[in-house]
Design a binder for this molecule. Structure first.
Ligand SMILES: Cc1ncc(COP(=O)(O)O)c(C=O)c1O
Length: 457
């Protein structure tokens, strides 16, 4: 037996002595140990043990052109020589702001921050400052970053999710102040009747209703037109803002997923791809709302700053990334992803396994279900289902050398081509076949549980 330890394993032994769990972000935690990168280019990542993998995760949807995209490397290298952060403004933030606001008609003004979490948090605070109200409504199961208020009921489960007409407000982190829960209304995504009733019950207190138009953790399916329109109409009647989290979904069309709806949000949070591979967030929207941060205003309703906000490295990289992610690039990428979905659906059929796919634009998610789920509660995976999904993802990682997001999701980059898509669909077919018996078993169990919960279904 080969007893020599791999070098990633050796580094991890040191990592656990200084980082909780050996990691700086739980996302990259991987049993038995995370793999350390030696380099990456385009759609390929090489680890220090010499294994090269195709990257379909792209740092959780943030690398729209893949790794070390030459135009970004070149532009950032030039900027690095001129300095990385100043206590003065830079022209590039203005040019980039002009570019981003030109992409969506409702982006009158924009502010840059350093992460998607900060973007959502600042957007919520702007909504509160503008309306003078304190509550927010967010979808059950939705991941909107790590601000206490938007974390509520992010991972609700059958044991604690409560009735669908009044989903429980479950804290995510131990020690969440009870006051946080009191100021959050949890609504069932795409369920118009129950959502409007819940909003009505809190009509005087809601600063904003937060919608991610294609929420990844809810199940990666789109908010229906009827749902968005109904919520929009409700907010107009009650002096409440409609705010979108497009941290991931801005990739789906030139002006974000909001382009697909007849009504537009008052504010939108952005992140991930708009940083060109560097830490970023932004929030954009109505001039009158954004003026709560305007230092010329008195009183200043929302003092807002950030040491590294709009830093010239991120601005330079993001501007290049988004200029190159134009209408044609988006159409091509969405078309390639649609082909991947169709090839994987074919693999599901050939392997004859109870699997399905949801998603649109340049992303999709696999589900251990015969039909793609249409609600968070349908998409929710029990322990055994998660275990078989982990086996499939481990098969992809170790046997096929393909990196996917740990929810069974792929987030494409323009560095991916047909060849990689072929490897992905073939790899998945192998993974499905290798786990067929278990997939059938968890499906049967799920089906039984589901029938018990809803005898009509
Ligand atoms: C929809 C959504 N909103 C907000 C965030 C938070 O972004 P960040 O990780 O940059 O703080 C994420 C991150 O995954 C996200 O997916």
């Amino acid at each position: 037996m080969n007893t020599e330890k791999k070098s990633s394993e050796k580094i991890y032994a040191d990592a656990v002595t200084v980082l909780p769990g050996g990691v700086s972000r739980n996302t990259i935690f991987h049993k038995p140990f995370p793999h350390y990168v030696s380099g990456a280019s385009g759609c390929m990542v090489t680890d220090i043990d010499g294994t090269q993998r195709i990257d379909f995760a792209n740092n959780m949807a943030s690398l729209i052109h893949g790794h070390a995209y030459p135009p970004i490397v070149e532009a950032v290298t030039e900027q690095l020589k001129k300095g990385t952060a100043y206590t003065l403004a830079t022209e590039v933030e203005v040019r980039y702001a002009q570019h981003l606001t030109s992409r969506a008609p409702d982006f009158d003004k924009i502010r840059f921050v350093n992460s998607g979490t900060e973007a959502v948090m600042s957007m919520v605070k702007a909504a509160r400052a503008f309306t003078g109200k304190s509550k927010i409504a967010k979808a059950e199961g939705s991941y909107n970053g790590t601000y206490d208020f938007v974390e509520v009921s992010q991972v609700s489960s059958p044991e604690n999710w409560g009735p669908i007409d009044h989903p429980n407000r479950n804290p995510l982190a131990f020690g969440t102040p009870p006051g946080v829960l009191e100021d959050v209304v949890v609504y069932p995504f795409n369920d118009i009747e129950n959502t409007l009733n819940l909003l009505d019950e809190n009509a005087d207190d809601l600063a904003c209703v937060l919608i991610d138009p294609i929420p990844h953790r809810v199940g990666l399916f789109a908010a229906t037109d009827a749902f968005v329109e109904a919520v929009y109409a409700w907010t107009r009647k009650h002096d409440t803002l409609l705010v979108f989290d497009e941290v991931i979904t801005f990739r789906t069309t030139y002006g974000g997923a909001q382009q697909n709806y007849s009504v537009k949000p008052d504010l939108t949070a952005l992140g991930k791809l708009i940083g060109g591979g560097f830490p970023v967030g932004a929030f954009a929207g109505r001039s009158d709302v954004m003026s709560v941060m305007d230092p010329n205003e008195s009183p200043l309703r929302l003092p807002h700053s950030g040491t590294f906000s709009a830093n010239p490295i991120t601005m330079t990289a993001g501007y290049v990334a988004m200029q190159d992610f134009d209408q044609n690039a988006i159409l091509d990428l969405n078309e390639l992803t649609a082909r991947a979905i169709s090839q994987i659906n074919e693999a599901i059929k050939l392997a004859d396994v109870p699997m399905s796919i949801s998603g649109l634009g340049s992303m999709f998610r696999l589900h251990p279900r015969r039909n793609a789920p249409e609600s968070y509660r349908e998409a929710f995976q029990f322990k055994e289902e998660k275990a078989v999904m982990t086996k499939i993802l481990d098969h992809m990682f170790y046997k096929e050398n393909i990196i996917m997001v740990n929810t069974g999701t792929c987030m494409f980059s323009t560095a991916i081509g047909q060849q990689e898509v072929d490897r992905l669909s073939q790899g998945l077919m192998n993974a499905f076949k290798a786990n067929k018996a278990e997939l059938n078993e968890v499906w049967d169990r799920y089906h039984e549980k589901h029938k018990k919960a809803d005898p009509k279904g």
